[in-house]
Design a protein. Sequence first.
Length: 412
Amino acid sequence: MSKKIQWLKTGTKKSGFLYFKRHESRKNGVKFDRYYRSEYQINGKRVAINFGWESDGWTELECLGKLKRYKENAKNGLKPISLKEEREIEQQKQKAKQQKLEQEKIDKKTFGAFFTETYLPMASKHKKKYTVENEKGLFNNWIDPEIGHLSFNKIKPFNLEKIKKNMFDVGRAPRSVQYCFAVLRQVWNHARINDLVNEDCPTRKVKLPKIENQRVRFLTHEEAGSLLKALKTKSQQVHDMVLFSLHTGVRAGELYSMTWGVVDLQNGSVLIRDAKGKPRHVYLTEQTQTILERMYQGQASNEFVFKDRYGKQIKFISKTFDRTVKNLGFNDGVDDDRDKVLFHTLRHTFASWHVQNGTDLYTVKDLLGHSTITLTERYSHLRPDGLKQAAQMFDEKVIKNNIVTLEKTKKA
């Protein structure tokens, strides 16, 4: 049977009373260690206070001082009125102090430091190398000189207006300015995810010029034939890449990243993984099937179909393409870049030929891998007789038949 704890009393009515128990064996100096507690009533409510052991620093004088303070606070409607409440208040103070220090640290974090230390490492893991290099270039040339030294809460629309002005002053294209501001937004949004800022990016308050960069130039069958014939004598690979794009509509970047692992010669298709939108399949024509069958020599699935001279991934289209286009005079007298023949023109040509041949826009959308039909609608003008033909069919098959039905009904 356990021994009943004996609580002893100390103090006075004026100072307040403490209760203590002695430790059975542990000593604090020459005396047995003591544990102190107390209690008092306020408005009929009992308030119990457990102080602690003398060996932990709780002397009789310390406990009586605390007790006196708590009773006076309770009488005057102040806090704390107990040791537990005092500890809670202290914890809240420490928490508030820590939050203040963290906020000060956040407020001092500059845009440049966040870009270098946090955003760039993240982008390097999830974005293509050339994209990261482009973003670094925009940051170093335009963003960092104006706002790199500023914390996020100090960046205002007028700072971004200055970036825009600086770019336009040296003749940078509106598309470049838009790209720069897109990088700004991405960095800002990433900082928001990391709780460095709560406000919207100030780019929303800066007006950027609208860009009309829709390309309408596409090759006629005769032009495409001339291009392929000329390339055949200069570079077999460039010839094959051009023909492949003309017949499948793949982008240059999609062509560069294509490996043998995504080529299905048996079913005549290629899976385009590194697309702007979702992955999609493109289907081989007889000529593109022949090209790939000729090229395939049992290569490993991770090897690129089209390689540079060192056997690595192509980064830019060969200058052979540009020189051939120039020699053929496709861009003679053309000042507007939107009307010039570039490698991307081959993709427009693929889509344009399909529409001219009667392929519906929704099918063309899927062939191109467009995310919305809006992007594909740029080719709708290539079927000028389509709407007229539809109206005639509607007139013949719907309207006239209904009129005949109505006339028969009236006579009856």
